[in-house]
Design a protein around this ligand. Structure first.
Ligand code: FMN
Ligand code: 7N5
Length: 376
């Protein structure tokens, strides 16, 4: 694997990004302020946004003395595929906002590590083009449009181009009240497209808030899961589940998996942090399908904590965009490698030879008050 070209000659190795926080700092330097705000920001007072990271930070890990593990096995099985680590990339819109490599670069990087990428409905590259660049599993995230043909067309195209699952986002009847974007009057720049959508379906997508309010189908109910399955022949996961009640409804509708998510704090401000919601969902699911989590995962130790509380794997959203902004595909590759290394090291220090062995006794439950976080 080649090292990213972030370091001009003469700059010491220590100046390389070593953490997701380092990538965030680089991205913030490089991106226009309103693009940074669109990515880093959340809904309302950003309480849920802050809580996602704060609850992970408050978790405490129980170490194991003399663990006797030479090299842990980090791989997990998710929906019949082996992932080299319990880590993938969450669907985030418009990768070209931060780097011309766009989703094709992200797919190449994820592929180099064998880790999955969930491509957004609002990808800035066509889903077929992303598939051509990918060598690891791809899933397609779907929003339900009032124009049903648009939604079903996405489902069919995903199948035709080798995607392995659909991820139905269930927390977004419209995008949340994102005050930074309203104050900045943020618009997706004209040269960046919602490449998967026809001109009619994409009309107005430059203002995500307004577009979602006229284009998304708010009458969508759980019966859409069967419709998407029938149209695509693919397993469907429900993303945005935070309660036992919704987990039951998702299972009854026939989902193949659940992603515990609050959309990175961008939807209901005041919703629980994902790590807080995870135990309730895992208890309700009772092993009937894999439970994934996204929101606030920033270190390999966070990955381990999520697994300890019952997640099969986690997804990272903003970290992928920060790394892409910092150094394109090479940045994403490095970010994923760092998280994987941190996870493997944390496995050894907590005495786990395989992910299956990581149980709830590994963590002390997070205790409020959580440390305050600043999100710029
Ligand atoms: C800039 C941005 C765009 C996003 N776009 C989508 C999207 O198109 N579809 C979707 O289901 N979720 C979207 N999300 C939510 C992510 O899939 C994910 O739930 C969230 O980013 C996870 O939290 P994290 O950023 O703390 O890792 C987006 C998040 C961000 C930050
Ligand atoms: C209408 C664009 C939706 C992108 C998205 O889901 C987000 O910004 O969180």
């Amino acid at each position: 694997m080649t090292a990213p070209a972030l370091r001009p000659p003469g700059v010491p190795a220590a100046a390389q990004p070593l953490t997701v926080a380092d990538f965030a700092a680089l991205a913030r330097e490089r991106l226009p302020a309103d693009v940074w705000d669109f990515i880093a920001g959340g809904a309302g007072r950003e309480r849920t946004l802050a809580a996602n990271e704060a609850v992970f930070e408050a978790a405490r890990l129980r170490p194991r003395a003399l663990p006797g593990i030479e090299e842990p096995g980090t791989s997990v099985e998710v929906l019949g595929s082996r992932w080299p680590a319990p880590l993938g990339i969450a669907p985030v819109a418009y990768h070209e906002l931060v780097h011309p490599d766009g989703e094709s670069g992200t797919a190449r990087a994820a592929g180099d590590l064998g880790l999955p990428l969930v491509v957004s409905t609002f990808s800035s590259r066509r889903l077929e083009e992303v598939a051509a660049a990918a060598t690891a599993p791809l899933w397609l995230q779907v929003y339900c449009f009032r124009d049903t043909a648009t939604t079903l067309d996405l489902a069919r195209r995903a199948r035709a181009s080798g995607y392995q699952a659909l991820v139905l986002t269930t927390d977004t009847p419209f995008t949340g009240r994102r005050l930074r974007d309203l104050r900045n009057d943020f618009r997706i720049p004209g040269h960046i497209a919602a490449a998967n959508l026809s001109e009619t379906a994409a009309a107005g997508a430059a203002t995500p808030g307004a577009h979602s309010r006229h284009a998304f189908d708010r009458s969508t109910g759980w019966s859409v899961v069967a419709r998407l399955r029938a149209e695509s022949g693919l397993p469907v996961l429900a993303k945005g589940v935070l309660t036992a009640r919704d987990a039951e409804a998702a299972l009854a509708a026939g989902v193949a998996g659940i992603v515990v998510s609050n959309h990175g704090g961008r939807q209901l401000d005041g919703a629980p942090a994902t790590l807080e919601a995870l135990p309730e969902v895992v208890a309700a699911v009772r092993g009937r399908c894999p439970v994934l989590l996204d929101g606030g995962v920033r270190t390999g130790a966070d990955v381990l904590v999520a697994l300890a509380l019952g997640a099969r794997a986690v997804l990272v959203g903003r970290p992928a965009l920060y790394a892409l902004a910092a150094d394109g595909a090479a940045g994403v590759r490095r970010m994923l490698s760092l998280l994987t290394e941190e996870f493997a090291e944390t496995m050894v220090l907590t005495g786990h030879a395989t992910p299956d062995a990581i149980g709830p006794d590994t963590v002390l439950p997070p205790v409020p008050p959580y440390p305050a976080r600043s999100h710029g």
